[in-house]
Design a protein around this ligand. Sequence first.
Ligand code: CO8
Length: 255
Amino acid sequence: MELQILKVEVSDQIALVTINRPEALNALNTRFFNEMDQVVAEINGRTDVRVMIITGEGKAFVAGADIAEMVDKTPEEGSDFSRLGQNTFRSLGEMEIPVIAAINGFALGGGLELAMGCDFRISSSKSKFGQPEVSLGLIPGYAATQRLPRLTGQGDALYLLMTADMIGAADALRIGLVQKVVEPEELMETVMGIANTIIAKGPKAIKLIKKVVRQGMAEGFNKGSELEADMFGTLFKDEGETGMKAFLEKRRPEW
Ligand code: CO8
């Protein structure tokens, strides 16, 4: 499929995916999900990409699911549209490489759900965050009811979900929704810097961090700890040996 909504630029092991539908504040429609599924599959098939970054063109990261596409849906079609988005966002967590949200503006409804589907979030100081679904007589459909309380704790999640309050970046940082806030003009440089920091680390270790943390959060502490021990072992006589020897020999590791 020819990409119309997503712009993908790959350089220096980083894939920058820009949602480019600023006239609708990058609202998420069926075409977006189909394109994102294709981009994820393509990047999964490449060995030269070590980090993926998702950002939005214009004044929004994403201002939600496309209300114009949703308005006439039947209950069955509504559930199908919910599952379509849930599957796409789940596939970001299932990618082996880190996925970073570079939040350049409004992250509302499905937009905040997309950001939460990424591994972590870096925000411009001008961004606004919220789950406004109840203002439309809806509940979230792309797993905000599950991801938000896991990220912020139940009280802040229920507050945001029940009030539809739009909060600024400082509050988003305070409740753990984003990990860093920078001035708008510094956003992409900061995110690229973080991506390069990650790229300098052990490539297998980075993938295993993602796998063990995500699987442990989904399946519970004991299973996660078991998996950690198993995966920890796989790095010996491998990348771990390279990294530890380099440390002892006071030089940079070559992975
Ligand atoms: N869907 C469709 N179009 C949108 C959306 C959206 N979510 N958000 C903005 N747009 C469009 C506007 O209609 C407008 O189009 P036009 O120029 O043709 O009139 C254009 O983008 C620019 O928007 P505004 O003029 O409204 O820009 P403002 O700067 O005045 O306001 C806001 C910015 C505050 C972000 C405002 O646009 C807004 O409130 N948008 C809607 C936010 C919202 O409610 N989002 C949640 C949507 S519901 C959702 O995400 C549920 C997810 C789960 C779905 C599960 C599937 C069933």
